[in-house]
Design a protein around this ligand. Structure first.
Ligand code: FCB
Length: 441
């Protein structure tokens, strides 16, 4: 067998990503806790991974002891500003403690300011359907950055604005769960205004900061590339799913299925792009599904899919995503802000991880400026509309006892982080079935 290794640039960030509502526990003042109370989810988040009960310390130990040098977390707006006129200093102090804890363990933090959850008082005034939320968010961002700028300089304004809008207003699996194409568009426009305003506020308070957002990016492949309806549908979906924020940030005009919206203040408001990549979709024209824009999305027959069939191991789509980024924004730094697969038994994860790391290495060899990688996620966390049914962790969580158990992928990821690269010996040990794809002799 040939032996080889794929090494990464010095100072590359290797970490894991998570979000407040998914790990903290005890959140009861946001749109998601209400959604859970109303019975829309198979389970409630409950104490989640008990980070608010100080378990973040052990989890950060876990990450640092496994060779990681970075961590992506988010802040819970509803804790920091529980009502329109109250700011909770104790929560800000707790977050400061967490960030100091990260630094003490050698973990560079990336902090997300909005990751799907809105305080209930914001929800009750229309959340992002209401343009007034933009200035409310701006006030929150100002508070946070004033309080935490000593501890963080890598900020992610908003996580997956496209998913927030798709799931909330088209697929109706996230709150508010009310179908509206108009709101799907308006909510993204307001999130983009909020992003632009956060970008400026952060730079005003902290000129050296790096500010971006996390885009859920899904390449769309036509099922039959020579059948024009499949091609058109895949282009339509590509644009509807991926392009709102990128178009607005490139030109100051946001593209949407309902036409263009001028948001001039959004132009050039990113110092990096955060890429959340899980897998691409294959798209086929189908008159039977008007609700899905007359097309079906699926994974091609024979794909390497997760047990529930919701994720697939398609590393070529990861490479394609980097290619698209570099074409759209030449020389813009990129952080992979999320990448991973749901896999309770760790059957696919080792090869998924190795093959995605290898695709990223290949992209770096084109001199595309990829600066870091955050795997989703460290420990199984609460997965929104799927509750505890999806397990994305390098560590398994027993939700009742809060015990963590390492999956083999955790050892593989540790080896990658320590080596700052992937070697053939690692592949031989953790996912020999992928050897010939990774190291063709
Ligand atoms: C992304 C979300 C993240 C997590 C992963 C699996 O869409 O940003 O919170 O749920 O999917």
């Amino acid at each position: 067998m040939p032996s080889a290794s794929f090494h990464f640039p010095r100072n590359f960030l290797w970490g894991t990503a998570t979000s407040s509502h998914q790990v903290e526990g005890g959140n009861n003042n946001n749109n998601w806790s209400r959604w859970e109370e109303e019975g829309h989810t198979p389970h409630k988040s409950g104490q989640a991974c008990n980070w608010w009960g100080e378990e973040w310390r052990e989890d950060m130990d876990r990450a640092a002891n496994a060779g990681q040098n970075a961590i992506r977390i988010s802040l819970e707006w509803s804790r920091i500003q529980p009502s329109p006129y109250t700011w909770d200093q104790a929560s800000l102090d707790r977050y400061r403690g967490m960030l100091q804890g990260a630094a003490a363990r050698g973990l560079t933090p990336m902090v997300t300011l909005h990751h799907f959850t809105d305080p209930l008082w914001v929800t009750d005034q229309g959340a992002w359907e209401n343009e007034a939320t933009v200035s409310l968010f701006a006030a929150y961002v100002r508070r946070v950055v004033e309080a935490l700028k000593e501890q963080c300089s890598l900020w992610c304004t908003i996580n997956e604005p496209n998913v927030y809008a798709i799931e909330g207003y088209l697929r109706c699996t996230y709150p508010p769960g009310t179908y509206s194409l108009k709101n799907f568009v308006m909510v993204q426009a307001n999130l983009l205004r909020a992003h632009a305003s956060a970008y400026r506020i952060i730079h005003e308070l902290q000129p050296e900061a790096q500010v971006g957002y996390a885009l859920h990016f899904r390449p769309q492949q036509p099922a039959h590339p020579k059948f024009p309806p499949d091609v058109w549908m895949s282009q339509l979906k590509f644009s509807a799913i991926n392009m709102a924020f990128p178009s607005g940030i490139s030109t100051g005009v946001m593209r949407s299925p309902l036409g263009k919206i001028r948001i001039p203040e959004a132009k050039n408001t990113q110092d990096y792009l955060g890429l959340n990549y899980y897998n691409p979709d294959t798209v086929a024209f189908d008159l039977r599904v008007p609700g899905e824009l007359f097309s079906r999305s699926f994974f091609p027959k024979g794909s390497d899919v997760s047990e529930a069939g919701t994720n697939a191991n398609i590393p070529a789509g990861f490479f394609q995503s980097f290619k698209w980024i570099n074409k759209t924004y030449p020389n813009l730094p990129v952080y992979v802000t999320e990448n991973g697969i749901e896999d309770a038994t760790d059957r696919i994860r080792p090869r998924y991880l190795a093959e995605h790391v290898r695709a990223m290495w290949r992209a770096i060899n084109f001199c595309w400026p990829i600066r870091g990688y955050f795997h989703w996620t460290l420990v199984d966390n609460y997965e929104w509309e799927r509750g505890w049914n999806q397990r994305f962790g390098l560590w398994e969580l027993d939700v009742e006892t809060q015990e963590r158990r390492k999956r083999p992928s955790a050892d593989l990821y540790e080896a990658i982080c320590r080596e700052n690269g992937l070697t053939s010996a690692m592949v031989e040990k953790y996912c020999p079935e992928a050897y010939s794809r990774l190291f063709p002799g």
